[in-house]
Design a protein around this ligand. Sequence first.
Ligand SMILES: [Zn+2]
Length: 283
Amino acid sequence: MNPGNPTSHCPICESTLEYYFSKTYPTYPGSPFQDAKTIDYVKCGHCGFVMSKTHAEMEPEEWAALNVSWHHHFERNIEQRITNQPPYADQSLALSMLDKAGLVDLDDCLDYAAGYGTMAKFMSKYFGRSIQIFDRYVVDEQSALRYVDAANLGKYRLVVNSAMFEHVLNRESLEEVNDLVADNGVLMLHTVVCETVPKNPDWFYLAPMVHTAFHTNRSMNILMEQWGYSHSMYSPQAKSWFLFKKDHPGIGRIPALVRDINREIQTRYFFDKPGFVDYWKGF
Ligand SMILES: [Zn+2]
């Protein structure tokens, strides 16, 4: 790639992607790259979405090997695992409150890309609710979890998606998630979204090397419009957004409900607004 030249088009808004910056990652035990690897990041001039051009152009085998080696590396590093995981407990609490309020339906819920089902286990143990889960790469046959087969995936009034949006290489992977949400449903999303992705190779969220996509408030707002979501809520404790399809019957109740819950627990637990809640302005 020639830095400075337009490369391709934004998977979110189709505007031109331009070279943004590069970062060189050292090799590590098990890496498919024998030497340090330089990753080139490109940025959309319209919505600010940033992605790794280098990852997007990798051979599928190379991308798979990178993921396997990182997963391995990660599993052995308990310290890192504990500090970087989604806040499963608060996600379960937030979902339970919204279920009680009738805004989401845990009886018709799929946790997509759920891995070993950490949140489903927590939800079952502490909240007594059993949710369905799906993962293309992981199935724990021994567990009592309700894994759904790919052939049996349908539409759900609630889809949960944690720690996936930052790993995608193309638009299709994002569409797979939205395709599961019913026309009047809710998508709960856990990822990092900021106002502007810093032009800084040392920015914390570039690591680990398997992070490939960096969303902005503007790019998320565009996705919501394209997908027919009109309102959102955000919980800083759960680090999750709740996106409501425009035909969701409870949209009119959201502002009062958020006010009531926050007053009840005397915390700004939820934020809400039409469009995407732009909670994070910088890091
Ligand atoms: Zn864009």
